[in-house]
Design a protein around this ligand. Sequence first.
Ligand SMILES: NC(=O)c1ccc[n+]([C@@H]2O[C@H](COP(=O)([O-])OP(=O)(O)OC[C@H]3O[C@@H](n4cnc5c(N)ncnc54)[C@H](OP(=O)(O)O)[C@@H]3O)[C@@H](O)[C@H]2O)c1
Length: 297
Amino acid sequence: MILNCGVTLEKRKLLIQLDGDPQPSVFDQVVAYDAGADVVMSYGGVTPEAIREKVHGAIFTRGPKDLHRTAIFIGGSDVALGERLLAEARKHMLPQFGLRVSVLLDANGANTTAAAAVRAAARHLDLKTTKALVLAATGPVGQRVALLLARQGAEVRLGSRQASKAAAVAEAIRAKEPQAKLEAVAADPAGDLSTALAERTLVVAAGAAGALLLPSSARRSCPTLRVAIDLNAVPPVGIEGLGIADKAVEYDGVLGYGALGVGDLKMKIHKAAIARLFDRNDLVLDAEEVYALGEGL
Ligand SMILES: NC(=O)c1ccc[n+]([C@@H]2O[C@H](COP(=O)([O-])OP(=O)(O)OC[C@H]3O[C@@H](n4cnc5c(N)ncnc54)[C@H](OP(=O)(O)O)[C@@H]3O)[C@@H](O)[C@H]2O)c1
C-alpha cells in the first residue's frame, strides 16, 4: 500500500494457524501475537485433505515479493498428524514460481520443547562427547531430543519400557542420520536402570505427564551423571527429587532442570521461530531448524 504522502506500508504479517484439534490452540495464538504476527487466522480440525486449499489461499493472493509476510504454523496435540500436515503443505507450494510461504511445525510443542532441552544440556556439556540417556525416547518429544543429540555428535542411548520400541525409534533416527551413535535399551522405571544409566553424563526424561521414570536412588547410583533434564511438569515429576522450576539446580553434583526451568527457553525459541517465518518465504522449520534458532537465546 502507498500512502499519498509517498510512504509505502508493508502488508500485515498473517500467520495461518493450522491445528488438527477441533479447537485451535489458544496458547499458540497468544505466542503468535507476542512474537509479532499482526493477524492470526486460526483453523481447527484440519485434515491433510484440507491443506491444499489453505496453501493455495496463502500463495495465490499476494505477489512473491510480499509472501514473506504470510506464513503457516502447524500445531495441534497430535504430532504424527502435524507431520502429515507439514508434508502435505510442502506438496502444494509452487517454488518454481516463487509461490511459497514459510512453515513452522510445532505440534504439541514437540520441536520447541526438544530444542530447549538439548540447548539446556549444551550450556553445561560438550555434546560431541556427551553420553546421553533419553528416557521415554519413543514419544514425540523424546524422539526429537534423541535426534537432535545424535546430530550434535552425542552417543545416545534410547530408553523405553519396551526395548523393541526404542529399537524402532533408533532405526528411524538412523534413516535420517546415518552417522548417529545410538543404542536401544529397556528402561523400566520399576526395574533395574543400572545398565541404561551406565557411563551416562546426561539424562533427559521425556515421559508422559505424571510418569515417574527415574527414581532418585537410581540417579544417585550413576557417578558419571552431570546433567539431568525432566520435561514432565505434572506430579509426580519424571526425575524424582527435581523441582519443576529447577534451572541448573545442583543435586549431589548433578545439575537438574525441571519442565518449567526448560519452559522459559522453549518460549523464547517458539517466539524466535514465529518471528523468523516472516523474514523470508522459503523456510521449513522442523526439529533441526528450530534447534538452530535456539543458539544464543
Ligand atoms: N513444556 C512444554 O511446553 C511441553 C511441550 C510438550 C511436551 N511436554 C512434556 O514433555 C513430555 C513428553 O511429551 P510427549 O508428548 O512426547 O509424551 P507422550 O507421548 O505422552 O509420552 C512419552 C512416552 O512416555 C512413556 N510413558 C507413557 N505412559 C507411561 C507411564 N505410565 N509410565 C512410564 N512411562 C510412560 C511412553 O514411552 P515407553 O512406552 O516407550 O516407555 C511414551 O512413549 C510430557 O511430560 C509432556 O507433558 C512439555
